[in-house]
Ligand binder design. Structure first.
Ligand SMILES: Cc1ncc(COP(=O)(O)O)c(C=O)c1O
Length: 397
């Protein structure tokens, strides 16, 4: 049996969830000498290591209970701390602390979706969400995504024509992964109107909202509405290894997710919760820390945009994202999936659009991350990419 074939002892569900070809290829992105624009991860040099260590030491010194089993819903203080990233005062009874927001995506699907139920997603969408939805047998119904986020008009037209009402619509309204798009205020209002009219939920996943480099924040979707389930995470603003996220939503849903969480992991690490709570409650420190992140990532976004501009001119099309970690770029006429092996050989990695697509064909698009690389490397990365695509006048630097 070849190693690419699933083992016969695996369940049907596990057989259907094999690793993608792109994921395998991107293993090469970790090789020395490759400049990776592929990873969707924060820069470890920006983790507040000293503060995390200090908070952990204090928590351990004060109460060994931070190493004890804890409440499935999360410690009360950590549930209350969700307000800091939600942007409004949360009712802790409506909050579940999750092991990263990824677990929230898995649990919400587990408790809402029966095999074959419809879940509406952007096309493209965050791969981890698509995997979670597929693993529970959801039928994905893709909506096009443009500069203003998912196209809610398309959803409205489908619903008016008698199309199936989804169990939920999944949106990353702020700096979507992978497009960097922000869902516009009119579309947010249109979406909540539809959710209330047709009775579906909106799952709003927002790990990047605090990383805004220009412009002003757009009003949250449906504040006060029970049709919205909100997910937040400390991964991009503190450190993903802490694995602390939150889901906020109607009590009936939080209760069901809590029961499902018991069988997944009993509860999220009590020590991580103690660290996160302490850090988020130090509001002055947290604001200063966020300002540092924003300054650093903004400079990297600008450096990558300048490198693309200098190297590709009009041969690359993209919108400068107002926040987040990604540039969604089009290289007209180039099949970015087919080109990936050459690019890796030439010493640069990116993620082709196909990794995030549900049905569409955006062959000549790719996601470029500016989060982890040194800004000084972006020009070399762009030149290597141009050489791999064999653009006239470009050679491997
Ligand atoms: C849109 C989106 N949602 C959720 C996650 C998962 O984050 P967490 O580390 O909180 O599980 C990510 C991670 O990259 C993401 O980009």
């Amino acid at each position: 049996m070849s190693s690419s074939e699933p083992h016969p002892n695996l369940s049907k569900r596990a057989k259907g969830a094999q690793s993608s070809v792109i994921r395998e290829l991107l293993q090469h992105a970790k090789q020395p000498g490759v400049i990776s624009l592929a990873g969707g991860i924060p820069d470890p040099d920006l983790f507040p290591v000293g503060e995390i260590s200090h908070a952990a030491q204090q928590a351990l010194a004060e109460d060994a209970g931070v190493l004890q089993y804890g409440l499935t819903n999360g410690e009360l203080g950590t549930r209350e701390a969700a307000s800091v990233l939600m942007g409004f005062d949360v009712d802790p009874r409506r909050v579940l602390v999750t092991t990263g927001s990824q677990q929230g995506l898995d649990l919400v699907t587990k408790v809402l979706v029966d095999v074959g139920d419809t879940v509406v997603v952007g096309d493209p969408s965050y791969l981890g969400a698509l995997q979670a939805f597929r693993s529970h047998g959801a039928a994905l119904d893709p909506l096009p995504v443009d500069e203003a986020g998912v196209d809610v008009d398309v959803l409205e037209t489908r619903l008016e024509a008698g199309g199936s009402v989804p169990k939920f619509v999944y949106v990353v309204a702020n700096f979507q992964n992978p497009t960097g798009a922000v869902l516009s205020a009119p579309r947010r209002r249109q979406l909540i109107r539809l959710a209330e009219r047709y009775g579906f939920l909106i799952v709003e996943d927002d790990p990047y909202g605090q990383l805004r480099y220009d412009g002003t924040a757009v009003e949250p979707i449906g504040l006060g509405s029970d049709q919205v389930v909100r997910m937040r995470s400390t991964s991009k603003v503190l450190a993903p290894g802490l694995r602390v996220g939150w889901t906020e939503g109607p009590a009936w849903l939080i209760d069901a997710m809590s029961v499902a969480k018991q069988s997944a992991d009993l509860h999220t690490s009590t020590l991580s919760q103690a660290v996160v709570t302490r850090l988020l409650m130090r509001t002055d420190w947290f604001e200063t820390h966020l300002a540092t992140l924003v300054g650093q990532y903004r400079a990297r976004r600008d450096a990558l945009c300048s490198a693309l501009e200098a190297t590709f001119g009009t041969q690359a099309q993209y919108q400068r994202p107002e926040g987040g970690m990604f540039i969604w770029a089009r290289f007209p006429g180039h099949d970015m999936t087919a080109q990936l092996p050459q690019a890796l050989e030439g010493g640069v990695a990116y993620v082709p659009a196909s990794a995030f697509m549900v049905s569409g064909d955006r062959d000549d698009w790719a996601r470029l991350s500016f989060a982890t690389q040194d800004p000084e490397d972006f020009l070399t990365a762009a030149e290597r990419l141009a050489a791999a695509l064999q653009l006239p006048g470009c050679s491997i630097a």
